[in-house]
Every structure is written in structure tokens, then in C-alpha cells.
Design a protein around this ligand. Sequence first.
Ligand code: NAP
Length: 379
Amino acid sequence: MSVPPTNIAARIPSKHGQLVVEAAPYPHPGPGQIVVRNHAVAINPLDWIIQAEGNLLYGWLKYATVLGTDVSGDVVELGEGVTRFNVGDRVFALAVGTDKDTNTGAEGAFQQYTVVRERLTSPIPDAMSFEEASVLPMAVSTAAAGLFQSDYLGLQLPSAAARSTGETLLVWGGSTSVGSNAIQLAVAAGYEVITTASPKNFDHVSSLGASQVFDYNSPTVIPDIIAALAGRTVAGAISFGTTGSPACVKIMAKARGKKFVAIATPPVDFASLADPSRGRLERARVTVRLIAANIALQFSARTHGVGLKYIFGTNIKNNHVSTAIFSGYLPDALEDGRYAATPKPTIVGHSVGDFQNAMDLQRAGVSATKLVVSLDQVG
Ligand SMILES: NC(=O)c1ccc[n+]([C@@H]2O[C@H](COP(=O)([O-])OP(=O)(O)OC[C@H]3O[C@@H](n4cnc5c(N)ncnc54)[C@H](OP(=O)(O)O)[C@@H]3O)[C@@H](O)[C@H]2O)c1
């Protein structure tokens, strides 16, 4: 590439700052890295949580930086040693710029050009749009991190010919983006899945392979799932949504098999932190609630002999799970239609200037859809 293209990024200038759209350097790839020209970028709760919480979870971030993890676009430059892709390929990838050991805006998604890692990248089938593919990276990675890493549920990996294990997995929050991918991955790995969702999403999660669905708002949901698991051997539970982890601990306590809960959502809602008028006092309140809820959760788990561990979805970048999923499983499974890009995207913007509004909309809440900014007019 002789003259690098110009780049435009939506940067977060400082802790709690609103995104600012400005010219940014074109990011060059290092070894094993790829530059993607983004055509569609999906929004995750993590994006607005980082903006709202400031120091609580991502205190290491160097500002100004670029948020966002879910990119889909075409390959424009290859770093040294990249073998699976060529310039011009259509790909989706997990961008990991906000991790402690990366901490660089070059690997953020909310811009026109993003550096991604080959091992966190998959080809997009011809029949799939950039917008459809953009829903996958963070949801797949987080689900895979909880399901397949050996220090979490340690399930057998998905494959075209997975044998049935005879074990049942509980996915709490199957209609979340991550949950709907957890259902598909676990079923493809040979596990029976039972899950929770609102009744309007029962058909959706069943279509992904869940064998039984329960309404997580029902007052009897916990005894109902305990009854459903009687006589089955569980492979553990993976939990999405603030009420999921305490409920899963109670259910696993009564189940036979692996008594373990992989937790994606802390038992506290961070949305109130996004309101600047509530200020420092609200941050102190949320911090106290988070500490108290975690102590209660750990105490309950220990009392009931249940193991617990928080998932960090991007951690698979450092182990075999990323290659098993992004190069071993997904390319053929997506191409053959064995794996669905789920949930469906809802397009909420068409330029780099639309990311702040898209994050605000995500924070307001979604149901069985992923909000996506389409950048297809990028020149
Ligand atoms: N630790 C990590 O690395 C990591 C990474 C990614 C995501 N996460 C977390 O994982 C969770 C899911 O993320 P996402 O992007 O998939 O979320 P999402 O799609 O935005 O979640 C929306 C869904 O949440 C469901 N929901 C709301 N409250 C629930 C509850 N109490 N129990 C079960 N389901 C509930 C709703 O289901 P209905 O519409 O059916 O009511 C809705 O469909 C979020 O909390 C997110 O912060 C963690």
C-alpha cells in the first residue's frame, strides 16, 4: 500500500466522555494482524458500560481511545505471517483494543479501519451481508469463552459430527445475543440445552436448538428448572442478565453433574452510571451494590458447593478456543447453514458519527436483536 488511506474514528476522549468524530491515523498491522475496512460494526453492552463506568472495570484504558469490538468488512492489508486471508476477502472479526494487554485505539471497532488478529477473524460466506456477519464476533467469543475454556465449563468443542454427550447445559438468557450463540455452539458440541427467555422469544431460542424454554420472569422459574433437570446430568450453566447468576447457583445446587456457573453479567445494572446528573454518588452506590452482590453470590455458591467464574469474552485471543472457533468451526458451519448469524441486526446508523447514538440505544434495551451501524458508503 503506497499512500495509506485516511481514517475517521469516533474516539472517546476521556473517562465518561461522549464520542468525538475526528481524523485518525490509518492503523498498520503487526505480525499476525490484518487491517479491515469496516462495512458494518455491531454495538455491545460493553461499549456503553466502559463509557459509563470509567474506572470500575476498565481502569487501565489509555485515553483518547476507540471503543467497539465487532467489525465486518474487507481485508485491505496483511501483517507478517498471515496465511488464511488475502486482500479483498470479506471477513468478520473480534477487535480487542480495550483489553489490558492491548490497550490501543488501533484495535477499536468504531472507526473506518481497524486492526484485528488473524486468529479472531473468519471469512463471511457469499450469501451473508456485512451487517448480518457483524453480530457474531463478541457474542460468539463470549459464549465460547464460557463454554469451552478448560477453567470454565470445559465442554467438548463443536463440530459437524459431534457425538451426543447425554449432558444438559443451562443457558440463562438464551435470547441475549451471547445466549443465542451459546445455545447454537453447545448444541453443535453435542449437549442438550435448556434456556430462559421472555415468552415472545420462545420460538426464537427453540429454533436455535434449545429443547426447553422457561420464562425468566416467572415466580416459579427456579423450581421449574430444577424439576426439569431431575434425572439429567448437567454440564453446568452459563448465565446472561443481572438475575441469572444467583438463580443458576440455586439451580446447580440441586442438579447432578458439573455444578459450575460461567457468568457473563455481574449481578448489578450499570445503566444508571450513564446519567451524568447522578454523578459520583451514583458511582459509589453502584460500587457498593456490586461488592455486596458479589459477596452474597460467592457465599451462596460456596455454601451449595457450586463453582463460579466470571467470563472475559476476549480472553480466547490467547488460547486454542479462538482458533478452534474462528478457523476450525465457524467458516464451514456458516457456509453450510449449520450455524445462523444470530440475532438479526437492526441498522441504527450509517456513519462513524452514529456510534454514540447507537450505544445510547443499546443501553435503553434490545430484545433478540443486535444494533448495527452500517458504513457501506465508506469510500
Ligand atoms: N463478560 C463478558 O466478557 C461479556 C461479553 C459480552 C457480553 N457480556 C454481558 O452478557 C450479557 C448479554 O450481552 P448481550 O450483548 O448478549 O445482551 P443483549 O442482547 O443486549 O441482551 C438483551 C436481552 O437480555 C435479555 N434479558 C434481560 N434481562 C434478563 C435477565 N434478567 N435474565 C435473562 N435474560 C435477560 C432480554 O431477553 P428478552 O427480550 O427475551 O426478555 C433481551 O433479549 C450482558 O449483560 C453483557 O454485558 C459480557
